[in-house]
Design a protein around this ligand. Structure first.
Ligand code: SF4
Ligand code: SF4
Length: 373
């Protein structure tokens, strides 16, 4: 059975700790819990009537970008665990309170040694809810001491858990950028995706961030909101939405934030399950393939980011990580965070597959939001 507490002695299974509109695929032991099965599900779709029959590599080849190769490494993204206080319907990580995978201290230190070998200016810490990893604060402090820009990808509700209520001030003291996921600035849309009560908790967490100086235009207290569509359609225009959100959140709740980024939902994990169950999968993939935008290729996040999993394996991006597509390995060697080889990583070919159409559709999509601004 699953443990009831985290290393922070929290009961994350309780509804008070965060909404749980579903349970993880992993917990239900359904076929889609397998990354391999997810890839096969996408591969089995008949996209013969779409450009290049829905073959992403062929699309890249036509634009002269195949094989896809990395540019300079700028962002070191560490996914420090799948543990989360929530279980959102659209989660691409299949995170939840039952997921005990958390990065240990040895692997955290291996990440720091690897960071020291790169010129990456940013360390992007994600999860799950990364704040629930007992080594989260150590990792942040070590990255700040190295002069890195640190991003905490935060689900907001986690900031209300009793042992973490000092985090807004703690993060502010270290100039950490907080990138908060919020599906919509309206209650109904947010609670539909993340569960009842999420919106109110998120607003309270945003108030606490505002109270310690986040979201007021200070580059050292940057508050970024991240939104993904509540449905089977592409993210809307980021600039227009940002203005609408700023007005809406200020007028209704007195909340300020600095920037909005919009992401397309990736057809993997629990969002893939939702697409299947709602009979939207075929149509959504057609939308993604037909909306392929060549202008997004140069800015794909896999080109300037390296993604590390909780157990120290290396991936081209967090999506490839969830699909278990490890970085291309050299012939006689295994590359991981413990055996870090930047020279090889800079030469590798990025692994692409059908899910990649989620990154190149419309204005494009990445952890930094739309690619074509
Ligand atoms: S989407 Fe974010 S908050 Fe929701 S379950 Fe996944 S990791 Fe947790
Ligand atoms: S999912 Fe997106 S970021 Fe990841 S490898 Fe594919 S195109 Fe690159």
């Amino acid at each position: 059975m699953f443990e009831a507490t985290t290393p922070l002695e929290l009961d994350l299974h309780s509804p008070e700790s965060g909404a749980k509109p579903t349970t993880s695929l992993h917990r239900r032991r359904v076929p889609l819990a397998s990354p391999h099965y997810q890839r096969e599900t996408l591969a089995a779709l008949d996209l013969s009537h779409t450009p290049h029959q829905g073959n992403f590599a062929a699309q890249l080849a036509q634009q002269g970008w195949q094989p896809l190769k990395p540019a300079e490494l700028e962002i070191f993204q560490i996914n420090i665990g799948k543990l989360c206080n929530m279980t959102c319907r659209h989660c691409h990580v299949d995170a939840g309170p039952d997921r005990r995978e958390n990065m240990d201290l040895e692997t955290v230190n291996a990440c720091l040694r690897a960071i020291d070998q790169t010129t990456a200016h940013t360390v992007d810490i994600t999860g799950g809810a990364p704040e629930l990893n007992p080594h989260f604060r150590y990792l942040v402090d070590q990255c700040v001491a190295r002069g890195k820009h640190v991003i905490d990808r935060c689900n907001l509700t986690v900031l209300l858990l009793p042992p973490l209520q000092d985090l807004p001030q703690w993060l502010a003291d270290r100039n950490v950028e907080v990138v908060c996921s919020l599906p919509h600035y309206r209650k109904l849309n947010t609670d539909t995706q993340r569960g009842d009560g999420t919106f109110e908790k998120s607003i309270e967490a945003l108030r606490r961030l505002n109270a310690v100086g986040y979201g007021q235009g200070n580059p050292n207290r940057k508050l970024t909101l991240m939104s993904n569509p509540v449905g089977a359609f592409l993210a809307s225009g980021q600039t227009k939405m940002e203005q609408e959100w700023k007005t809406g959140l200020m007028k209704n709740y007195g909340i300020r934030f600095d920037r909005l980024i919009t992401l397309n939902n990736m057809p993997i994990s629990r969002y893939l399950e939702w697409l299947e169950q709602s009979e939207n999968l075929q149509r959504y993939m057609e939308v993604l393939v037909n909306a392929f935008n060549p202008a997004t290729i140069a800015g794909l996040m896999c080109r300037n980011t390296l993604s590390v999993s909780w157990d120290g394996r290396l991936f081209d991006c967090d999506f490839n990580q969830m699909l278990d597509l490890e970085v291309q390995q050299p012939a006689n060697e295994t590359v991981s965070i413990q055996q870090f080889n930047l020279d090889w990583l800079q030469q590798r070919h990025i692994k692409v597959d059908r899910h990649c159409f989620g990154c190149t559709a419309g204005a494009g999509s990445s952890c930094g939001g739309a690619i074509e601004k």
